[in-house]
Design a protein around this ligand. Structure first.
Ligand code: IMP
Length: 503
């Protein structure tokens, strides 16, 4: 006879946290949201950590290179979407890695024989007033000078005047050298009262700029997650079909962590994919697996060697898997069950495998609930799709600004790798074809910048954690006190029995 799990499948909405005693030091400012990204020995630190427990979803409409840089600046990580060619995905990763905190690739470059009119047109286009003058006019060309707005006076100069005649020549410039640290570059800027420091390689080619104005922005991202090279941390989605070709390309492009992107991850193909990584890279390449929704699935992936396990089937905002296939589990029940299995596994083996709760976060407080239920970090799609940094355009729809957001299992994404059976044969049969859809194509309300929204959401998480008497996520796992809510108490939780004034 079939096995029955008799507890109902519950969602985040059905729970609330009960406050616990807060001591004098228990304030939001003292809360740390640092969290492990990969498995590690119990009692030891992980080799990869996030400073805030947020990951952006492995989706075409969410995680491109712009999102990855913005989220890493705030302390989280993006997983660049896998539903694209290997070359395109590797190029996106390389673009993220090309951003070095504080070191900027020059986007305004010109040849010395260009004119003042060209400079003005360029300034109009980029909005930047520092232009590098290089021999060939490229961002990596030999530097011959720079032009800033202090070098020309439009009312007194001819528009066809050659750049070489009014630029500040290299001989009058103070320059930095490749390999210098950001703090050394900033010292040069300060000591010499510069606005921009060009950084050159041994042959005199321009590699980066360091700008005085970025000094403050660097200070305003205290949580940024960087690798040893001061590039932003970035992840990449992979599938269980073309991993033999895709993984080497992504590793080469600089991916810090991989994640198998599958709607249902309790499969032999996931174990095969992890085995490929271990055979070829040992433990030097980190790989998460999923998605699972119960202890059996967790155990299988943990034993297979996953560096983290992703939890959730059918809870995503654009997801219709449960309706289409009748599989899945309420996100809260899934996280609670898998977290118990993770803790048992840690006790038994001495290895702690972080959990990522994927999908179904609607309100900010759901983040705190998911963490309290045992998640180490959260993956969100809808949440991030609303921001400036998502790859889709902002459009006007029914009197409001919206952004497009579509499921990886929708026809629009045509992500046969995520929704195929995982078998090799589908590679030939199903390329570019989905038999049925598991996701919808939608709009989400435009919400502005990532930084502002993430800061507000996490201020709430920190505040709630302080109310719960805890200062870090590991303690929240142990100390949180949760209660189920009744349908009528949900009504009591919103504004009620008042006439709301126009806001
Ligand atoms: P959200 O944060 O609730 O929008 O959920 C995002 C998550 O939904 C992703 O991280 C995926 O796990 C999942 N997902 C993405 N596309 C689809 C789809 O087309 N069908 C089902 N689930 C999807």
């Amino acid at each position: 006879m079939a096995r029955f799990v008799n507890d109902p499948s519950r969602t985040f909405n059905e729970y609330l946290l009960i406050p616990r005693f807060s001591g004098r030091d228990c304030t939001p400012a003292n809360v740390s949201l640092k969290t492990p990204l990969v498995k590690h020995k119990v009692g030891e630190a992980a080799t990869l950590n996030l400073n805030v427990p947020l990951a952006s979803a492995i989706m075409q409409s969410v995680s491109g290179d712009r999102m990855a840089v913005a989220l890493a600046k705030e302390g989280g990580v993006s997983f660049i979407f896998a539903a694209q060619s290997i070359a395109d995905q590797a190029a996106m990763l390389a673009r993220v890695k090309d951003h070095k905190a504080g070191f900027v690739r020059s986007d305004s470059n010109i040849r010395p024989d260009a004119t003042l009119a060209d400079i003005l047109a360029m300034r109009e286009k980029t909005g930047h007033s520092t232009v590098a003058v290089t021999q060939d006019g490229t961002a990596q060309g030999k530097l011959v000078g720079i032009v800033t707005s202090r070098d020309y006076r439009v009312s007194r100069m001819e528009l066809d005047l050659s750049v070489s005649e009014f630029m500040t020549p290299l001989s009058d410039l103070i320059v930095g050298h490749d390999g210098m640290t950001l703090s050394a570059a900033n010292d040069m800027i300060w000591d010499n009262k510069l606005n921009a420091l060009p950084v050159l390689d041994a042959e005199g080619r321009l590699t980066r700029f360091v700008f005085r104005k970025d000094y403050d922005s660097h200070k305003s991202h205290p949580n940024e997650v960087l690798d040893a090279n001061k590039s932003y941390l970035v992840g990449a989605g992979i599938n269980t079909h073309d991993y033999r070709e895709r993984i080497p390309a992504l590793v080469q492009a600089g991916a810090d962590i991989l994640c198998i992107d599958s709607s249902e991850g309790y499969t032999v193909w996931q174990a095969d994919t992890i085995a490929f990584v271990r055979e070829n890279y040992g433990d030097s390449v980190k790989i998460g697996a999923g998605n699972v929704v119960d202890a059996d699935g967790f155990r299988y992936l943990a034993d297979a060697g996953a560096d983290f396990v992703k939890v959730g089937i059918g809870g995503g905002s654009i997801c219709i898997t449960r309706e289409q296939k009748g599989i899945g589990r309420g996100q809260a029940s899934a996280v609670i069950d898998v977290a118990a299995a993770r803790d048992a596994y840690a006790q038994e083996t001495g290895i702690y495998v972080p959990l990522c709760s994927d999908g179904g976060i609607v309100f900010d407080y759901h983040m705190t609930l998911a963490l309290a239920m045992g998640a180490d970090f959260l993956m969100l799609g809808r949440y991030f799709a609303r921001f400036d940094e998502s790859p889709t355009p902002r459009i006007h729809y029914n009197g409001a600004y919206v952004k497009e957001y579509w499921g990886e299992g929708s026809n629009r994404a045509r992500n046969w790798q995520r929704y195929g059976t995982g078998e090799e044969s589908t590679k030939q049969n199903d390329k570019q074809k989905l038999t049925f859809e598991e996701g919808v194509d939608s709009y989400v309300p435009y919400a502005g910048s990532l930084k502002e929204n993430v800061n507000t959401s996490l201020a709430k998480v920190r505040s709630t954690m302080a109310n719960c008497g805890v200062l870090d996520i590991a303690t929240l796992h142990k100390e949180a006190k949760l209660t189920l809510v009744s349908a009528t108490s949900i009504v009591e939780g919103g504004a009620h029995d008042v006439i709301l004034r126009n806001q």
